[in-house]
Design a binder for this molecule. Structure first.
Ligand SMILES: Cc1cc2nc3c(=O)[nH]c(=O)nc-3n(C[C@H](O)[C@H](O)[C@H](O)COP(=O)(O)OP(=O)(O)OC[C@H]3O[C@@H](n4cnc5c(N)ncnc54)[C@H](O)[C@@H]3O)c2cc1C
Length: 461
């Protein structure tokens, strides 16, 4: 057992966007910071990897969108380029076996269905306005809205056509990565409020970061180190956090030994669902544990298929599609081409219930077949069956995430336990995208939460 001599002002657990954002703000203010990261890389739920020829692709966080001022601000500051998501060509929607091609955000619908979808979105926006984003549990109808699921809210109280309900549910499923009957209506409305309106959800897939999302993280880390106040250690899973009136000890367990790092404060930025795995001494108040035990991560498997030609574009498709899972496990696809560098690829997401069947496929060959058969049906081409490279990540299997995109809440959680999310445990503070009040769940929200908690600690020095 080793105890390091240095006493840091703040020890930050986790080197995702929240961790690096808090580190950046603290080190720039002259505070001595240590970031302790479990993985052998920074980024957490953001992970830019490379293909065989070195071209980058994203396993995790990919797009940034309008009004995401935190992330866009950093992108601008570091002079990083972004690239718009391709929207030239037909988008595809397949519901109940029926295929529709369309341009824009929504497919052509019948008059009644169109009215229903618009009405549903309006209602959701209006209801979300009744939810205070900082304290959703104080909402006038918090108790009722938190006693029903999003599915019930839509089917019993808002949508009047099955298409209107299905389309809205689909939008939620693709961002929350869980089924609408698993999510509290209050939580869903709070999420809409944090995204500043339902329609903004469509804008979140606006641009990709040239060079990969990790490029932004690398710039942040470079700036942190450049202040001379910041250090980082990788491969260091924190297992225990002790504190007394003056300091916090953060303990990393290795195979046969442990190392203790000492700071005046600690910021824990690991996903809420993983916080109960860390032993705190004195223990975390039960309410803070209970809340986080009720914040499961969404379910997402991301697949990346590289092709020798952008056959879908050649057939007039944009590459962007949604389906209800009847035709195969990949319920959402996006074009991921970098035409200038002859890189042609499709990204797909297997989310929520659709992952159950997919996980039953045991061999890579079976999985590849299931994914690319889906693409063949969407884009009407046998070329879909022959990618040159295929990459897959099941975020539920990642021990330091256990799912994605982010933690969600089922009924009865936000109204009863929600206020504990932002509470500090004396010298230990918490951050992470789930704690954001704007674009919660996104990279933008992670950056905001890190900045806010850093300021909270700076105010106490
Ligand atoms: C497949 C996928 C696609 C996504 N797409 C987008 C997108 O297009 N746009 C967007 O804005 N967002 C997207 N997101 C969400 C976005 O990636 C997250 O909101 C954001 O990265 C969360 O950052 P964070 O710092 O809060 O948490 P994390 O990134 O989870 O960081 C927490 C860190 O803590 C570390 N950690 C965990 N346990 C320990 C421990 N015991 N000791 C030490 N360290 C520990 C983890 O390794 C991790 O590095 C996506 C996420 C996924 C999974």
């Amino acid at each position: 057992m080793t105890t390091k001599n240095t006493i840091y002002d703040v020890i930050i657990i986790g080197a995702g966007f929240a961790g690096l954002s808090s580190a950046l703000n603290l080190t720039k203010a002259g505070k001595k910071v240590l970031i302790v990261e479990a993985r052998d890389r920074i980024g957490g739920r953001v992970w830019t990897s490379t293909c065989k020829d070195g071209h980058t692709f994203e396993y995790g966080g990919t797009w940034v969108g309008e009004t995401q001022d935190e992330v866009l601000g950093l992108i601008k500051k570091y002079g990083i380029q972004t690239k718009p998501q391709n929207d030239t060509g037909s988008n595809v929607q397949i519901f109940h076996g029926k295929k529709k091609c369309f341009s824009g955000k929504l497919p052509n619908l019948g008059i009644v269905e169109n009215l229903d979808v618009k009405f549903t979105h309006k209602c959701l926006n209006w209801l979300s306005q009744t939810v205070p984003v900082e304290k959703p549990w104080k909402s006038k109808h918090a108790k009722f809205l938190d006693s029903i699921t999003l599915d019930t809210l839509l089917s019993k109280y808002i949508s009047w056509t099955s298409v209107g309900k299905s389309l809205t549910e689909f939008d939620f499923r693709s961002v929350l990565t869980v089924e609408p009957d698993e999510v509290s209506a209050l939580y869903a409305l709070w999420f809409i409020k944090a995204c500043q309106g339902f329609n903004n959800i469509y804008e979140a897939q606006g641009d990709t970061i040239v060079g990969g999302s990790s490029k932004l993280l690398n710039c942040m880390l470079e700036e942190i180190k450049g202040t001379g106040n910041g250090e980082i250690i990788l491969n260091s899973p924190v297992g225990k956090v002790n504190q007394n009136d003056e300091s916090v000890s953060v303990i990393v367990y290795h195979d046969t030994s442990s190392t203790t790092y000492i700071g005046k404060y600690c910021i824990c930025t690991i996903p809420p669902n993983l916080v109960p795995n860390i032993e705190f001494e004195p223990p975390l108040p039960p309410e803070q544990i209970i809340l986080r035990q009720r914040m499961p991560m969404g379910i997402v498997i991301k697949v990346i298929s590289r092709y020798s030609r952008p056959f879908w574009r050649e057939k007039g498709y944009s590459g962007n599609s949604v389906n209800d899972g009847e035709i195969g496990p990949v319920c959402e696809t996006y074009d991921y081409c970098d035409m200038e560098n002859n890189f042609y690829a499709l990204i797909g997401f297997v989310t929520g219930k659709d992952s159950i069947q997919y996980r039953r496929l045991t061999s890579e060959e079976e999985k590849k077949k299931a994914v690319h058969e889906t693409y063949r049906k969407i884009f009407d081409s046998d070329e879909a069956l022959n990618p040159t490279e295929f990459y897959e990540i099941d975020w539920s299997l990642e021990p330091y995430s256990r799912g994605g995109f982010f933690s969600v809440m089922g009924p009865g959680t936000l109204s009863k336990w929600g206020e504990n999310l932002h509470k500090n445990h004396d010298r230990v503070h918490f951050a992470g995208t789930e704690l954001a009040t704007k674009w919660a769940g996104y990279m933008d929200g992670a950056i905001q939460s890190g900045r806010v908690v850093a300021q909270k600690i700076l105010d106490t020095f």
